[in-house]
Design a protein around this ligand. Structure first.
Ligand code: WTA
Length: 572
């Protein structure tokens, strides 16, 4: 708490003075940056791409550098407009309309971004799915959202249980479609060749839906977090002041668009500001990452603690082979940013790594470290101008500095989710009075800096990815050997948390290395690699409440050797 802050250095930042700006901020002023402020015609894809493509000074600027081990592409704002128009025409041809849910399930590629923008241009709602999802995860999300179209690759098709998805009418395939037949299939490249590059954008209302991100809670199946076009107001301004994006920046956000960071700040933030965006596909090795920075002369880099820790453990030997001097500004999101990582960043880049805090539900950054502000390592920073953050108790009363409680935000910021898809009661459960309650515990110090303490529910954060224990437990008990399962996050120095499962076995099964590995693989193949438990422990009994709820808290106390607390609700 009384740690000495790391002071501001001379920078290139857009936000010159945090306190003054915070005290005088008005979202209404931000709206003046958008063309709809004058024309009344709204669409986030127009503001992100077409607007720049129509500007002679900007149209030939590189919007997207794409690179993976097998492919290099460069698209200008004008190219992006053309291709997304073409794809919008393909969607229109197949009768996709405003409000329809169109999902994307494929690795990053230029086609991903063209399609995503095309979906928005017809006024449909984009639903990005992480490419590592397996059959069950894909089924749950497509079923719940009643998606009518999916854009995927021939390779991933086997993970799409089409017979269980009556609403899914069409599947667009990006890649070689030889040998695939059926009237539901649409060949991406074939259709694009024939499509006109002129498209009349579907103008929408600021409150119309544009994005559905599925995310995990502690109970039930993943829920569809629904975002509207209005979110652009926050994407634009946070990208300007927190990412500190400037005209000549080369910006790289390492997140996949299957997660909210990869859409809010992998698509909207940079492009709404007309900034060049680097997308690196493929898997992550420290060498790849450093070479991406070197090759594209990345100036602003937004990543995650788990990645920084990986680079840190790769050490000097790897680092010294690369010229990383282009870097001007580094940021982090997704899990607690350890002070140790910040000190490493100071050592190797001579740069502060700026933590940012927000969630899928919040749509955009809320609490951040700004380039213009002294930074306290370990603190998430201060609220973005226009955001009122507080620590509250369970009744919604604000707590004084240094007291731990629920981290809450006064509702009504521009990028706040507007619904949980088809579950109004779930949506309501996030709010206490005027406060959106995050589910994170934190405290605020006397100087207004916020400090993250942990999750208040059982949601697991493994390598920055949010995993719901219920989803994993449900999959585990589908395995013939597993009778009951309880799943927790276990602290891990590199991954933040790993997934640990406690199970009981059905009659006739004996614990063995092979069996546990088989169970692990079962979850991995059914759900996704990141949701598969790294550790499985066989128990005689899984502790439950008398109403049958698994007591994950007790499992966690056992695991950590902590006092078990109140167990009065435990069943016999
Ligand atoms: C956690 C990611 C500590 C937190 C954008 C939150 C963080 C959840 C930070 C949301 C941070 C996010 N420090 N914890 N800077 N940022 N988290 O929805 O528990 O994938 O509630 O959104 O990640 O994860 P989500």
């Amino acid at each position: 708490m009384n740690m000495k802050p790391i002071p501001v250095k001379e920078g290139n930042f857009n936000l010159k003075n945090y306190d003054e700006t915070y005290n005088n901020f008005d979202w209404e002023e931000v709206k003046k940056n958008f063309s709809w402020h004058e024309t009344g015609k709204v669409n986030i894809a127009y503001e992100a791409v077409d607007r720049h493509a129509e500007n002679p000074a900007k149209k030939d600027k590189v919007a997207l550098y794409y690179s993976d081990p097998n492919r290099e592409e460069k698209l200008t704002f004008s190219d992006l407009k053309t291709y997304s128009n073409q794809f919008a025409n393909v969607l229109k041809k197949y009768d996709i309309k405003k409000g329809d849910r169109v999902f994307l399930f494929m690795p990053r590629s230029p086609e991903y971004y063209m399609s995503f923008l095309g979906i928005l241009k017809v006024g449909a709602i984009a639903g990005p799915l992480f490419e590592a999802f397996m059959e069950q995860a894909v089924e749950d999300r497509l079923q719940d959202s009643e998606a009518v179209m999916l854009i995927t690759t021939p390779d991933l098709l086997e993970r799409v249980p089409q017979d269980k998805l009556p609403d899914l009418k069409k599947i667009v395939l990006v890649g070689d479609t030889t040998g695939i037949s059926g009237e539901q299939y649409i060949d991406f490249h074939q259709e694009m060749e024939q499509a006109s590059d002129h498209f009349d954008i579907e103008w929408v209302d600021l409150e119309d839906g544009m994005l559905l991100h599925y995310t995990s809670g502690s109970t039930g199946k993943p829920k569809g977090v629904y975002h509207v076009h209005n979110a652009m107001i926050q994407h634009f301004q946070t990208a300007k002041w927190v990412l500190d994006l400037q005209e000549d920046d080369i910006y790289w956000c390492t997140a996949d668009p299957g997660w909210v960071t990869g859409t809010s700040y992998g698509i909207f933030g940079p492009w709404l500001n007309g900034v060049t965006n680097v997308i690196r596909g493929g898997r992550f090795t420290p060498e790849d990452w450093y070479s991406t920075i070197e090759k594209f002369k990345v100036t602003v880099w937004y990543s995650a603690p788990t990645a920084f820790r990986k680079l840190m453990s790769a050490g000097e030997k790897v680092l010294k082979n690369y010229d990383l001097s282009s870097l001007r500004h580094i940021l982090s999101v997704g899990e607690p940013l350890n002070p140790e990582v910040i000190h490493w960043g100071m050592d190797v880049f001579n740069k502060r790594i700026h933590d940012t805090w927000w969630m899928t539900e919040t749509g955009g950054m809320l609490i951040c470290n700004y380039p213009c502000m002294d930074m306290k390592p370990g603190s998430m920073g201060k609220p973005f101008p226009g955001i009122e953050a507080a620590i509250i108790d369970n009744d919604g009363n604000q707590l004084p500095p240094n007291q731990m409680g629920n981290l809450a935000i006064k509702k009504g910021w521009p990028s706040m989710m507007r619904q949980i898809w088809k579950r109004p009661e779930k949506y309501e459960s996030y709010f206490v009075g005027d406060w959106y309650v995050s589910g994170d515990s934190a405290y605020m110090d006397e100087e207004g800096y916020f400090w993250f303490q942990g999750r208040l529910d059982d949601v697991i954060n493994t390598s920055g990815e949010r995993v719901g224990p219920f989803e994993v437990e449900s999959k585990l008990i589908e395995h013939p050997a597993v009778a009951e399962a309880g799943v927790i996050g276990k602290p891990d120095p590199e991954r933040g948390e790993i997934i640990k499962a406690f199970i009981t076995l059905n009659e006739g099964y004996q614990e063995s290395e092979e069996l546990l590995e088989d169970i692990r693989q079962f979850v991995k193949k059914g759900l996704s690699a990141h949701a598969a438990p790294r550790e499985i422990e066989v128990k005689d009994k899984i502790p439950k409440t008398r109403s049958g709820k698994i007591m994950r808290r007790l499992l966690k106390s056992w695991e950590l050797g902590l006092p078990t607390g109140d167990t009065s609700t435990l069943e016999e």
